[in-house]
Design a binder for this molecule. Sequence first.
Ligand code: GRF
Length: 200
Amino acid sequence: MSRRIAVLISGRGSNLQSIIDAIAGHRLEATLAIVISNRADAGGLNRARDAGIEALHLSPKDYADRDKYDEALAEILRARQVDLVCLAGYMRVVGPGLLKAFPDRILNIHPSLLPAFPGLDAQRQALDHGVQVSGATVHLVTDGLDDGPIVVQAAVPVEPDDTVDTLAARILAEEHRIYPEAIGKVLAGGWTIEGRRFRC
Ligand code: GRF
């Protein structure tokens, strides 16, 4: 039976689209059960609806605090029998309410070669630092910021005349390739975590 995934977003949802396309193209064996955004204006919600996928705006304003919000999220995900939660441009810290409900079952994608440049504006951080190689990382989510075991990484060169936008576009192309790949790996099972290492 096809495993069930959810994607959490806050914005345009191009990584969400890469997951939708990978499933449609049979490059990823999974059912996308629901897409949830903390922002009403996230473009990704329309991408989900266009693909016939349930799309939900869950506003943090309707909840007393982060814990209550994350508990509500967990409840919705459990009700849809979700096996794996994929953060794709989801601009909120995931608290214990969600982490405990899906231990080692939450993935995130970050536009740098972690552990370099965690947090916001990773592409600008890479340019400002003067690195010659950057990239993208898919990792399991833990309570540390962009800090969980690494599932898949891809490197891209930083060109001398790069701007934040040109570098972000080069990295994004790799994100779209490796996120479906990483989801497939995690869903396939047969992996363990040894220390910080994801082994399969
Ligand atoms: C991506 O660069 C992702 O790595 C980062 O936020 C961006 C989301 O883009 N976490 P999109 O919404 O998937 O287009």
